[in-house]
Ligand binder design. Sequence first.
Ligand SMILES: Cc1cc2nc3c(=O)[nH]c(=O)nc-3n(C[C@H](O)[C@H](O)[C@H](O)COP(=O)(O)O)c2cc1C
Length: 326
Amino acid sequence: MARAEVQKLIDRMAIPVIAAPMFLVSNPALALACCAEGVMGSFPAHGTRSREEFRAWLDEMEVGIKRLEDAGKKPAPWAVNLVVHPSNDRYPGDLELVERYRVPVVLTSKGAPGDAIKRIHGWGAVALHDIANRRHAEKALEAGVDGVIAVAGGAGGHTGTINPFALMNEIRQLGEDFAVVLAGGMSTGRDVLAAQAMGADLAYIGTRFIATREAMAAAAHKQMILETRATDVFLTASIDGAPANWLTPSLLAAGIDLDVLRTTLPGKIVAAQENKKRWKDIYTAGHGVGNIEDIPSASDLCRRLIQQYREAKSQMSGAVMQRAVA
Ligand SMILES: Cc1cc2nc3c(=O)[nH]c(=O)nc-3n(C[C@H](O)[C@H](O)[C@H](O)COP(=O)(O)O)c2cc1C
């Protein structure tokens, strides 16, 4: 059963959290620091500039995980994000490398995962596909994924727009035998417990990890995360064609008129080939920014999340017990 396969991964983790893949932010240093603390680390294949660099990152992960195991640690599994959309011309070669390195978890995004899923299962890996509504989830499940990454409204990067409660309930209508990873706006261990209470198996946390020492994000991006709140997050499909959340101060710094942006058709502001530059100069973040006030090491952040999660769990069970006695 697909959900059981995902549960096997969770059993090897200290907290059901995936440090989500982030273009220009995630790298092996961040992923390994997370894995060492029992949090699933990840990065996008397209975060590397070339196939050679991708191979070097995969080598770094292999060596790093082995080093942790040799030191008697039990690292969490790690994952790579692959864009499966036909417009990604690196996809076939990147998939081949992911297969060669037998990456334990593959996070597919954009487009239909199709044949990739059979191939991923072929080397015993778990496949999770990101979706923003029930129809996307149905298609991913038809392709045989082990679970879906439900990207709710308020997520960093390309975002969904549906409220997380509504999205979770619609997706769970499709059944119980697949895993759901909930994404969007989470920044604490308590949030992770809440996601589980909503029916999710795992939480997918991106923005909180931008403000860590290991993240490759520009210093100005990290600083802006500390200084902004949810009201500074601007949702538009007009920067790169898909709905994404951008930090307003960075839009203004790039000379973009917000009134023009509000009335522009998707994809009209910037040509697709300039996307990379845009992601570099214009910073993305989810609604969780308002609760981020420091730039700890990734290990400290993971430990904090685990501690908060445990405290929230015991507070919740204490409250339930009290009510039962009263
Ligand atoms: C800076 C940034 C870059 C991102 N890049 C990617 C990416 O390359 N691939 C991907 O699947 N998701 C990407 N995402 C989305 C995240 O994987 C995840 O869905 C999201 O961060 C979760 O919401 P949160 O940021 O509110 O925690 C990105 C998000 C951010 C903030």
